[in-house]
Design a protein around this ligand. Sequence first.
Ligand SMILES: Nc1nc2c(ncn2[C@@H]2O[C@H](COP(=O)(O)OP(=O)(O)OP(=O)(O)O)[C@@H](O)[C@H]2O)c(=O)[nH]1
Ligand SMILES: [Mg+2]
Length: 438
Amino acid sequence: MSRFSETIVAPATGLAPAAVAVVRVSGPQALAIGARLCGRESFTRFRHAHLARLRDEISELDRCLVLPFEGPHSFTGEHVVEFHLHGGPGIVRSVIDAVLAAGARMAEPGEFTRRAHLNGKLDLIEAEAIAVRAQAGGALPARFAGLSSRLRQQAQALEAEMTGIRAQVEGALDFEPEELGVDWLHGIQDRLSSALLTLQKTVALGRRAAPLFRRPRVLLAGPPNAGKSSLFNALAGEQKAIVSPVAGTTRDLLECELRVSEGRILLMDSAGWRESQDEVEQEGVVRALRAAREADLVLWLEPVGAPPTEPPPGLGSRLHPVRTKGDLGTLAPLGDRVVSALTGDGLDDLLRIISRRVFGEGLPDLEEGVPVSQRQLEHLVQASEALARALGLMDPPQLELVATDLREVAETLAALTGTEQPDEAMLDALFSDFCLGK
Ligand SMILES: Nc1nc2c(ncn2[C@@H]2O[C@H](COP(=O)(O)OP(=O)(O)OP(=O)(O)O)[C@@H](O)[C@H]2O)c(=O)[nH]1
Ligand SMILES: [Mg+2]
């Protein structure tokens, strides 16, 4: 039996208590199951809210609104029923149980959107945009509106342009370079350059926008006893980490989410940096090093007046020095950023710096399409590399190789929008990041 011949159910809203909770059912049996729970034969009006008393075999579950959609006129393209319930986790649970008992199964994460994609309702870029919007918080959704459709249009326009240029290049393969004429060659070069510029701009924008679409990681690191855990607690606003005068207190990585002016970050506390004979402490240092490699920003903390210590190599511009324990009165070198976890001095400034460092200047030009996932960015990078290769092969012209690279550009752009059917594994990876009920 194909997975799509099964009917799936999931809460479409969170399980926390709320005024209204939506349970969504999709698949061939959705309408029959919906009607049965409402105690009726079938639905005759679709995309119309019915007031109904839901019942299972034993008792009444809820008096609610039921919204049936007849496929293909639904989000997934299949028959869909939505129950708009009085939102208590108990009611939601009992309605889902009744739907399961009627023959549906629980949906996998992202399965509703996956079905919508496979039924031709959404392309991959739109599907990812839904995931991103669901995960991102704050002001992002409003600023984000429309970016994905612009990226799709841009990718499709470039794909068409590549096909056009390829047709010209492949048509010229039988000619000697001298026969083609300088104007013809320059014309192709100009079109390739302008397509490359568009792609490179989109890649740059994607890199710049990346922190908006996934929570940037900020690590507090430095020698033992520098005051990392104290600063972590002060920024988190609660005593999450153990603080003590004993050097080597923290071993595990601790995390908390912080809201800064431009968005949300993940703040991490780590073990103090030193060689240690203690096996557990050494493991803590290994974890801190790993976290530093993955972090978007590493604040290197050293107390005022303490001799400088050597940070781990390879962090480049992601390293940002900060002096702690500013209340001790010792003078810090001029220009050093000084904070005190004890008095709170310098913390607001530090948060502003963190925000500026990880979010940069934000998104400047929302007229352009913006890649919102690593997958999209990787495809765009691959397309722009192949296009740059093609351009490099134009002088002197090696048209067969140019044609091969242009084919790669077009295929990569097609994979980006999903017009070329991507394989199951890629879809699995993509949709498993979704939350349940999407
Ligand atoms: N005066 C003063 N003392 C501080 C400040 N921050 C931390 N301390 C003290 O410094 C000592 C070490 O603090 P921690 O926050 O545990 O330092 P840590 O860097 O997490 O240490 P490890 O986990 O051992 O690497 C404790 O005795 C703190 O009370 C500060 O801003 N001012
Ligand atoms: Mg600590």
